[in-house]
Design a protein around this ligand. Sequence first.
Ligand SMILES: [Cu+2]
Length: 88
Amino acid sequence: MLRRFAWQRRRRSSGRGEIVEEVTLTAPDISCDHCIATIRKALSKLAGVEFLGGNPQTKQVTIRYDPLLVTLAAIEKAMEEEGYPLAG
Ligand SMILES: [Cu+2]
């Protein structure tokens, strides 16, 4: 189950007419740029996810995803399996 305070979500248009969700995820175990790279690689395996950036200081990554292709729960699971459970 998603812990709602672990992420912030904005709904916006991709510019091609479809709706994409943009979320900022907080994972306390992020400590350096290598962690960000690891998460980027893990999320790149999920269809419909675009990695926008990450910040080790704030322990946050920002992504955009297509809710028709992937769920936030699947994204959270992929991060958890990589060793970066979301804040909760
Ligand atoms: Cu690291």
